[in-house]
Write a protein of this length. Structure first.
Length: 188
């Protein structure tokens, strides 16, 4: 494999969210031979509905998501916690890329989850729910490479997470682990 393509899905739609910034930090530490891309169209993807998930459907946002997911070798999911669980926009993306069940774009591909929140628990519940959802969808979750970032207001203040050497090093390790796992699958 000449290049590893990692699709990054961010569970917050807010442009300045710390989760978005952590995803941007991940892009900045991609190892040589890896290309990370943040999918920008999650706000346009309709809620999953099997009635509209048919062969002749013309849903450009879904087609774009599925095309990006289909060409990805791995996935990095970055999630905040909304009311104690995974944000709807991220869960919806997982639902769309999981279909058709067993043959969806995420099936058999390595996945790492990063969660972050201002609370001390670092969006732990959203992390667990995201891991469960993408695992059920068929993704190969690298649980040992997960990252939970808590107390983000105290940790970052107004700075970008890539300016925090400790967090940047943790994100870098997660991304490297994901790329390595993808290469191991290809070489196996």
């Amino acid at each position: 494999m000449s290049q590893t393509n990692v699709l990054v899905l961010v569970g917050s739609l807010r442009a300045a969210s710390v989760n978005r910034q952590i995803a941007e930090a991940a892009l900045s530490v991609a190892p040589e031979g890896a290309a990370l891309t943040i999918f920008e169209g999650l706000a346009d993807v309709p809620f999953y509905n099997e009635d509209i998930d048919v062969a002749d459907a013309n849903i450009p946002a879904v087609e774009a998501l599925r095309a990006a997911a289909g060409s990805a070798d791995a996935f990095l999911l970055v999630t905040p916690e909304y009311n104690g669980t995974i944000p709807a926009v991220l869960k919806n993306a997982i639902d769309w890329i999981s279909r058709p069940y067993g043959a969806g774009a995420v099936s058999g591909k390595p996945v790492v989850v990063i969660s972050a929140s201002p609370s001390g628990n670092g969006a732990k519940w959203a992390h667990e729910d995201t891991t469960k959802s993408v695992g059920v969808a068929g993704g190969k979750v690298l649980a040992d490479s997960a990252l939970v970032v808590g107390s983000t207001f105290d940790k970052f203040g107004t700075a970008h997470p890539r300016e925090n050497a400790e967090v940047l090093a943790q994100v870098s390790k997660v991304v490297a682990d994901l790329v390595d796992a993808t290469k191991e699958l290809v070489d196996a």
